[in-house]
Ligand binder design. Sequence first.
Ligand code: ARG
Length: 465
Amino acid sequence: MASKKGKTGKSWQSRLTAQADGATAKLLASIDVDRALWGYDIAGSMVHARMLRKVALISAKDLKAINRGLTAVAEDLSAGVLACPVELEDIHMVIEKALIDRIGEPGRKLHTGRSRNDQVALDLRLWARDAADELTEGVRVLQKAFVAMAQAQGRIVMPAYTHTQRAQPIVAGHALMAYVEMLRRDVERLADARKRINVCPLGAGAVAGSSLPIDRRMTAALLGFSAVAANSIDAVSDRDFLAELCFACTMLAVHLSRWAEDWILYSTTEFGMLELSDDYCTSSSMMPQKKNADTLELIRGKAACTLANLTGIVTLLKGLPLAYNRDMQDDKRFAFAAVDAMRQSLPVATGIVATSRFRPARIAAGLDAGFLDATALAEYLVNHGTAFRQAHQLVGRLVAQAERLGKTLAQLPLETLREFCGRVDKDVYNYLGPARVVAHYRPEGAGGTKQLDQQIREWKKKLAR
Ligand code: ARG
């Protein structure tokens, strides 16, 4: 028997008589956005149908018809030939209608024991789980590129900066490995978010579950979830997992923006430390000589997108009463945009790292500026019995004198060093100059060659897994 529709023409609202006008239909619809969830929606429906069969709510024949119908609908969706009119509101109703059009009566049984509220929560969790996995893989590939660069080009000595002022010398690989550590936390954050994503809401129904004997554990297990949501109200109102995913994207985007800013600076004529591949630069429509780091700038800019969308989703949820509310339909826009921004950035970031070259000659030529060895000299004095605060003062005055003379610390004669610093031996010259300083770094995690080799060894092992 064909179902009686109300005047609305929507199979799911026979109670209502109103006809939505065009603007209202558009406001109600989310099909333009949630169409992207079709694969998850169909996967969830197939598992739901299998469960309905197991608990004898549908027949074996029904199940066969539903599977055949859903497979055909999936083919149409993937080929882009299935009509998705706004009147059907969302991907769930588009698929259900297409299924019923194809297979008739058995299609009308698919939604047994289910609501769009637990259905959309399920689709979103399946999507978010894949997104977290995909981003994790993207971050790991980027980490590998940094490690490879650190290994191939990381031993040249360069300044480390604080306040964007020259601070102490390091091997360049040490700065590269700093990004690898930042990205380690992004991988951990995604893994942590994934734990709370991977909980199955299916079976919560609209809000309170169902009087039908549905088997939530079966559907959860078949869909690869590690747990069943414990409370049906929470299951349909929870979008924390999307907010957490957006935050993980935001932190990742902030990290990428800091790296991009460093490399934009390093690749300027003023810094002259890094050569970017032409493949990742653009020129100017007016100035023929230009080589602009547009890709790095766009990656830097993506942090605005992720942060805006994190703010959006948290704001959307703020003050919402239990449980599902239609406001939540817009959650997808925020989550999709934040994830897409990182999907775009990560492979390009990897390409930039894989093709950029330090400019050793330029870096070496400028390395004597800025007294990068001043802290090492103070520490030499400490090793010879001077209190650090005293040593700091003595070297500070010596630096001022060297600046007046236009010399580096290593260029000052022993008498001058002794005049300012007291007890200094000839061996002091083994500790002056950026390259010698780098060779003397002692603690783990410091900016020297030994420590770099150690970091590279550990990360190669970790990333091979
Ligand atoms: N399109 C809706 C969304 O994305 C699906 C859930 C609709 N639920 C409802 N009770 N109207 O949130």
